[in-house]
Design a protein around this ligand. Structure first.
Ligand code: PAF
Length: 291
């Protein structure tokens, strides 16, 4: 097995990708912001499954500044390149692409970087409402990463359901020859969705953070117990009440919607998707599930 490599510039990444393509090897890609956990590792395994042993798996590690608003957690976002390299190596990754801000957004601070990619529909509600510039940063960086890695398949986590829908739409609208795969959320034993941001939680916050998963399970029970569906407003009230019972938790939003179009549903029946964002202390967590 060839040793795992690491590259840091789009030019070098493209040259590797070009070589692999000429050799007829498929490229599977997992974009990440690092601080890798078992959820990310499951995406790497999915990428490997898609490209086979003769293919190549690339993981990008880049904390993308354009998807953070000025007041958000960019500067304290957790980083651990040494641990990340180990996890990638153990997962059989072939290459880490870890560009720097200078090569991704040269001169951005001085107004010399001025091109962004915007999806104008699916990214409007939910995360887009709470974090208005977030998806513009995500679609821009994913475009740049696709152009560097030239993947056949890119694997995203279902925990960021809306992000996956936005990226799938962007990929289709802009004719990227990339198959977007969405892999299931990995959870801790008590149901908390795996996320790099869980590292921010103190012990009591960590305990209360299970409220997101509990809200999904409660809503699912309610919806599955009803033949004609449940009014979304009633379910939202129940979620708000459950969250308010945790002293350190504050509901940001909860929505019930069509899993493909993300269109909100007034009456929630089987097969609807639910997503919510909750602050636990200063940490903002998201989760979603089919109800
Ligand atoms: O989901 C993430 O970790 C990020 O939003 C992504 C897709 C790597 C873009 O920075």
């Amino acid at each position: 097995m060839a040793p795992m490599r690491m590259t840091r510039t789009p030019g070098a990444m493209q040259r590797w990708a070009g070589t692999w393509r000429r050799e007829g090897r498929r490229i599977g890609f997992v974009p990440t912001m690092g601080y890798l956990h078992d959820g990310h590792v499951s995406l790497m395994h999915e990428a490997r499954r898609r490209v086979g042993r003769g293919g190549v798996v690339v993981v990008s590690i880049y904390v993308n500044p354009t998807q953070f608003a000025p007041a958000e957690d960019l500067s304290r976002y957790p980083r651990d390149m040494k641990g990340d390299r180990r996890r990638c190596r153990e997962a059989g990754v072939d290459m880490i692409y870890a560009p720097t801000d200078d090569v991704m957004y040269p001169g951005r601070g001085e107004g010399r970087y001025s091109t962004y990619v915007v999806e104008e529909q699916l990214g409007r509600g939910m995360e887009g409402e709470s974090r208005p510039t977030h998806f513009r940063g995500v679609t821009t960086v994913v475009t740049k990463l696709f152009n560097a890695v030239l993947p056949d398949v890119a694997v995203f986590g279902a925990k960021d359901w809306q992000q996956a829908a936005v990226i799938r739409r962007m990929t289709r609208d802009l004719d990227f020859p990339v198959r977007v795969v969405v892999a299931p959320t990995q959870r801790e034993k008590d149901g908390l969705a795996m996320s790099s941001r869980n590292a921010y939680l103190g012990p009591e916050e960590r305990r209360q953070a299970t409220v997101l998963h509990r809200c999904i399970e409660e809503a699912r029970r309610r919806v599955r117990g009803s033949r004609e569906g449940v009014p979304a407003e009633a379910l939202k009230g129940e979620v708000a009440a459950t969250v308010s019972r945790e002293p350190l938790a504050r509901l940001d939003y909860v929505e019930f919607f069509d899993p493909e179009t993300l269109e909100p549903r007034a009456t929630v029946g089987h097969g609807s998707q639910m997503a919510l964002a909750v602050f636990v202390g200063r940490t903002r967590l998201i989760d979603n599930g089919r109800v």
